[in-house]
Design a protein around this ligand. Structure first.
Ligand SMILES: *Cc1c(COP(=O)(O)O)cnc(C)c1O
Length: 385
């Protein structure tokens, strides 16, 4: 089906990428499970590891439309996307400037794999152009960012990074998992490659793992060679489930972000709470930047710091709706202590330096009724504390 070029986000979520069932007239993309394709007649060479089968293309086209990407790829996980991109583009001797507070699994990949191949990594707090000036070397090839970051919801100035990179002929890479393309479009701000852990908001129901990478045809073609070699590809049946999930991405994340905004404001006024970290609050130290680079909302991830009298474990155990669990981005609200989950392997001293305390909890706000979420937090804040 040919869609008008002018369609907007919600329409893209529902319609972009759909490969209408021409044989039967069905309105959904049929699931084509073949991993073997005829070649003697004039058929295109297809094979799922080459990421060129119809169900893979349907979801790639949908996410490309949302991120305004010329070309994209889907992978069996977010790390599958990150590893293929970095291995595909970098060579021994190359240097990468990496935002210091990126996702732990990404940092682990850089430490344990990339560095073994002679790729040099500098973890840098990217708060200003001066930080980048201080970190750049003649061998620098790429800047890697993730905004908002986990767990304190710090922002990186996407346009600033993109402008700096253009001046120095560097490739820029942005992990857009937390914001989703509904609230932030890094490619529109001058970034070269955008990545998602589709495991989070794109799947949206905490039941599918996949990854996405989008950018210019030139970069994606180069990365596709690495994907074919590394093999982190995606099965047709799963692609269909992803396509189904993505049709409701906008309404899920908009509702979750509305809940997050209201809860952040409410928590900030609660005298059992020390501090709330949410980019949509005027008290967030980068609220102006948030308004500049985020669109139509501020996402549904936040953290808050419990006052010292409140035991964070007892608090989480007392919750009846919000589930203490690792991961994020589902329709259900999830909560967790960074010191016991994402930042467990980091020493207390390092966490102190990062400003992360044992009283901090990270909150992936879901789409439940706001009153039930408030009541649940309230009863747990008073339970036994
Ligand atoms: C989960 C996550 C990843 C890794 O994605 P997987 O799908 O688990 O491989 C990368 N970045 C961010 C921000 C994440 O939350």
């Amino acid at each position: 089906m040919k869609l008008p070029k002018t369609i907007l986000t919600a329409t893209k979520c529902v319609h972009s990428g759909t490969q209408i069932d021409e044989n039967l007239g069905g309105v959904n993309t049929p699931i084509h499970t073949s991993t073997a394709f005829k070649y003697l007649e004039d058929y295109e060479m297809k094979y799922p590891r080459m990421a060129n089968t119809s169900n893979q293309i349907a979801i790639v086209d949908k996410i490309n439309a949302l991120e305004n990407a010329a070309k994209g790829l889907v992978f069996s996980s977010g790390l599958g996307a990150i590893s293929a991109a970095l291995i595909g583009l970098l060579a021994p001797g190359d240097h990468v400037i990496v935002q210091a507070d990126i996702y732990g699994g990404t940092a682990h990949f850089m430490h344990h794999q990339l560095q073994r191949y002679g790729i040099e990594i500098s973890f840098v707090t990217i708060e200003s152009k001066a930080n980048l000036d201080g970190a750049i070397r003649p061998s620098t090839k790429m800047i890697y960012i993730e905004t908002p970051s986990n767990p304190l919801m710090k922002l990186t100035d996407i346009s600033m990074v993109a402008d700096f990179a253009k001046e120095h002929d560097l490739i820029t890479f942005a992990d857009n998992t937390f914001a989703t393309p509904i609230f932030q479009k890094p490619l529109d701000l001058g970034i070269d490659l955008v990545m998602h852990s589709g495991t989070k908001y794109f799947s949206g129901h905490s039941d599918i793992i996949f990854g996405y990478l989008g950018g210019s045809a030139k970069l994606i073609n180069q990365i596709q060679i690495a994907q074919i070699d590394l093999g982190a590809t995606l099965d047709a049946r799963l692609c269909y489930e992803i396509e189904r999930s993505m049709k409701t991405l906008h309404i899920r994340v908009e509702r979750a972000a509305d809940n997050a905004m209201e809860l952040a404001t409410w928590l900030e006024a609660n005298d059992k709470i020390e501090m709330v970290y949410y980019p949509g609050l005027a008290s967030h130290s980068q609220f102006e930047l948030a308004k500049k680079q985020m669109i139509g909302g501020f996402g549904a991830m936040m953290s808050f710091r419990l006052k010292s009298g409140i035991d964070p474990i007892k608090f989480q155990k007392a919750l009846q709706i919000i589930c203490p669990a690792v991961s994020l981005g589902g329709v259900e609200s999830l909560i967790g202590s960074p010191y016991l989950t994402s930042h467990k392997s980091i020493s207390q001293k390092e966490r102190d330096k990062m400003g992360i305390t044992n009283q901090d909890v990270r909150f992936s706000v879901g789409i439940e009724s706001i009153d039930d979420l408030k009541n649940d937090l309230n009863q747990a804040l008073f339970a036994d504390n």
